[in-house]
Every structure is written in C-alpha cells, then in structure tokens.
Design a protein around this ligand. Structure first.
Ligand SMILES: [Zn+2]
Length: 276
C-alpha cells in the first residue's frame, strides 16, 4: 500500500524525506512554495538533486505536488489568465525537474458566470498549457461556493475535450461533502462510472469529513473521527480498484504526530483487507 501525507516544505526539501521516515510512509504531497503567494524563489540545483536522491533511496512513489490555492483555473479575465498560466508552467517545469509523478489542481470557481462557462474556461486554460511530462490530476471538490468539479458530470465534460496527460485525484472528504455517500461505496462507484471510467482516478486524498453528507462545506477531519468514519474508509480500502491506489492524507495537524496516527489507522485497515 502506498500511503503518505501532505508535508511542509518550510524547512527545506530534504526535511520532507526525514518526515517520511518518521511517518513510515512511502509517498507524500507538497506545495512548491507558499500556497497563498504569487512570489517564487528559485530553488538551488543542489537542493533538488539531494531531494531526488532521497526519493530514489527510500523508494518513495508517487511524489505529488499540489497547486497553490491562489490560482483560479476557471478564471475568464485574459490578463489574470496569463498570470495563472505563467505560474502553472513554472510549477510544472519545477515538478518535472524534481521527478514528481503527479501535479494536483483544483478546477476553480466560476464566480457567478455559471458552471457551463466555468468549465469552458477550465478546458481552455488546460488546453493552453505547454506539453509537460508530468501528469496533471484534477481534484473533485466539495461544491463550496461556486466551485467546479463537485460532480463527475464536470469531469466528463473536461476529459471529453482534452487529450492531455490528465487524471483525477479523488478526495474522500470532498466527495462526501458534495453528496456522494461513501458508506454506500458500490453506489458511488456506479454513479462515477456513469460519466468516467474508474481508470482515470489515480490518487486518493484520504480525509474524513467534519461536515455532513452533501453539506457543500469543505472541512477535513482525522480518519475515523468524522462523518465518513472507519466504516466508510473500510469500504474504500477494501475495494479492488480504489484500495490499490496511493493514499495521501490532508488531515488537521499541529505536529507530525497526528499524521502518524492517521496513517497508522489507514494501514491497519489495509492490513485487515490484505492490502499490505
Ligand atoms: Zn484534497
């Protein structure tokens, strides 16, 4: 089983590998920079090289990079859009340099223009990105505010129009918050397959939900402590398709101890169902 956490990079890239050791994890997700800032600093080649060596040595896979929050992929203003594409291209280039496997994006907010127009903007922006070797994963959302990608109809429209290196990141909390009842997982799978083949889903963001089914409120909770609960995660982990995907937790934490605990819980379920 590939399992890891979203980790901090504030103390440098090398520290991330140490965090992995402490967590007994074999994959992780990071931001490349402060996710709420447009500013970028150039990373030293030496730092990237050491990072790559660490990944190789510890057989860490996948290495996942998450897009900064400030980018609205559904933006329609031409000037803003240029700025977004510019930063995204830089991020993808750096991710490639770091030998990352996946780059996760959120499909953005339509901000009152309507879902149809919003999705058109997402398709347009993704199409305009230069070719990159890194696989971009579009993440499902909770449906909070005017966010797009909270139902798999949206993914059908995006994937139908784009032949780029794309996949989907399935966030369990967001799915539950947007109305997919993970406690009846077979039904959720059928609902998804009406629009896209499961094989498009390549990564799980494993988060419990602080808010109720269909709440459209994005609040993450520790595994087993939220509304999805252990029973919900058992359904996902024992599944023939979902249970074999990499799991990344994005659960609340003040220290790595909480991550370690959440990873242990998922591993325990994995062991029960023969995934480890
Ligand atoms: Zn997520």
């Amino acid at each position: 089983m590939q399992i890891g956490a979203h980790l901090w990079i504030g103390e440098g890239l090398e520290k991330v590998i140490e965090f992995c050791e402490y967590l007994k994890s074999n994959c992780f997700q990071i931001f490349l920079s402060n996710p709420r800032s447009w500013k970028r600093k150039i990373r030293k080649e030496q730092e990237i090289e050491k990072f790559k060596q660490g990944i190789k040595k510890r057989k860490i896979k996948p290495v996942v990079i998450h897009m900064p929050y400030i980018l609205n992929i559904a933006e329609s203003d031409i000037k803003e859009k240029k700025k977004i594409i510019n930063l995204l291209e830089k991020e993808l280039e750096e991710s490639e340099k770091m030998n990352a496997d996946f780059y996760v994006i959120h499909p953005g907010f339509h901000k009152g223009q309507g879902e149809k127009k919003g999705i058109e903007n997402v398709i347009d922006l993704l199409k305009s990105l230069s070719k990159s070797n890194i696989k971009i994963l579009v993440e499902n959302t909770s449906g909070q505010g005017t966010s797009l990608g909270y139902k798999f109809e949206h993914f059908y429209t995006i994937f139908e129009k784009i032949d780029k290196n794309l996949g989907i990141c399935f966030d369990t909390a967001h799915a539950f918050q947007s109305g997919y009842n993970l406690k009846k997982f077979d039904e959720v799978k059928k609902d998804i397959e009406k629009f896209i083949p499961l094989s498009y889903i390549l990564l799980i963001h494993a988060n419990d939900s602080k808010t109720a089914l269909n709440s459209k409120k994005d609040r993450h909770e520790h595994i087993g402590k939220g509304e999805i609960g252990i029973k919900g995660f058992e359904q996902i982990i024992k599944d023939d398709y979902f249970g074999n995907l990499p799991f990344i937790i994005e659960t609340p934490k003040v220290s790595l101890k909480e991550d370690r605990r959440n990873i242990e819980i998922i591993k325990k379920i994995g062991e029960e169902y023969g995934k480890i």
